[in-house]
Design a protein around this ligand. Structure first.
Ligand SMILES: NC(=O)c1ccc[n+]([C@@H]2O[C@H](COP(=O)([O-])OP(=O)(O)OC[C@H]3O[C@@H](n4cnc5c(N)ncnc54)[C@H](O)[C@@H]3O)[C@@H](O)[C@H]2O)c1
Length: 277
């Protein structure tokens, strides 16, 4: 077992991921530590120094703090709070550190899927302008921080994936993962619908490109206790991504070698927010 994994976050995602690791059910990986908001600084530092990969399943604020520390310690990061990548200041900071999305920072497909064909169709186009991508997310109002009093479904946001990540930081991670896999944060259109009748979360992903037209509907059950925000599938996407990473080979000793990744991890399509300088 070669990949020592630190899990940051003991909530809807982190608890499940840590349990699977601890039970030895993620081939090629073992649980090194679990961090939560109460973990003291020295313990965080020791945990990072003793690991190969950080599963970030905490919060946007914690992700911003943990990312540079993890890279300083030579770790790969599987980033659940990937909405933070929409922040241009963070993007620049990571670029200065030589951090590359798809190599050092890995984004799980999370609550959505089909990113392999959508990424391929985006790559096949001569320009991102030849591809249109729309992501419509429907959640119950409470999951979007809105009162449950609405009488009917209403569109509460329409904009780019980058704008969505800034406007709805708690619920836009899937849009960011989709954008990273396809035409980029400024090309993907995001529509957010608050529906008082929604029980779970619905994602409709529509992509039209010269090579084809794709229309996916994804309906997820939400994790109990997540306030309707986190789909149960997300933790399993992280577990699949870990198994895929471990299948690519042993943990790199020098912290520098890229890992070859299978489909559960988002590979940058046309554009990635972070490129090698
Ligand atoms: N990529 C996706 O598709 C996707 C889907 C759902 C949620 N998310 C994101 O993943 C993250 C975790 O989601 P969740 O539903 O498990 O959240 P949650 O609220 O259930 O749990 C968050 C956990 O993070 C811990 N935490 C807070 N600050 C921390 C810190 N500084 N260091 C370590 N741990 C800290 C908390 O103690 C808590 O245990 C959130 O940012 C969420 O927006 C991503």
């Amino acid at each position: 077992v070669s990949w020592r994994v630190v899990v940051a976050g003991a909530g809807a995602i982190g608890t499940r991921v840590a349990a699977e690791l601890e039970a030895g059910r993620v081939e090629g990986c073992r649980l090194a530590a679990v961090l939560d908001s109460k973990t003291d600084d020295a313990t965080v530092e020791a945990a990072l120094r003793g690991a190969d990969l950080l599963v970030e399943a905490s919060s946007n604020a914690a992700a911003r703090e943990l990312l540079p520390r993890a890279f300083d310690a030579g770790l790969r990061v599987l980033l659940c709070s990937c909405g933070v990548l929409a922040d241009r200041a963070l993007e620049q900071d990571l670029r200065r550190r030589g951090v590359v999305v798809g190599t050092h920072v890995l984004v799980p497909a999370g609550a959505i899927g089909g990113l392999d064909i959508l990424g391929a169709a985006s790559r096949a186009a001569a320009s991102p302008d030849d591809v249109t991508v729309r992501h419509t997310t429907t959640k119950r109002p409470a999951a979007l921080g809105l009162p449950q009093l609405l009488q009917e479904a209403v569109v509460v946001f329409r904009g780019s994936a980058r704008e969505a990540a800034l406007a709805y930081p708690l619920t836009s991670n899937s849009s960011v993962a989709l954008a990273l896999a396809t035409t980029g944060l400024d090309h993907v259109e995001v529509v957010v619908v608050a529906d008082p009748a929604a029980t779970g979360t619905r994602h409709r992903i529509e992509l039209a490109a010269p090579v084809g037209r794709y229309d996916f509907l994804i309906e997820n059950t939400v994790s109990p206790g997540s306030g309707g925000r986190t789909s149960e599938i997300t933790a399993w996407s992280v577990v699949s991504a870990l198994a895929s990473i471990a299948r690519s080979g042993p943990a790199p000793a020098d912290g520098a070698r890229p890992v070859a990744l299978g489909s559960p991890v988002v590979m940058p399509g046309h554009t990635s927010v972070i490129r090698t300088p």
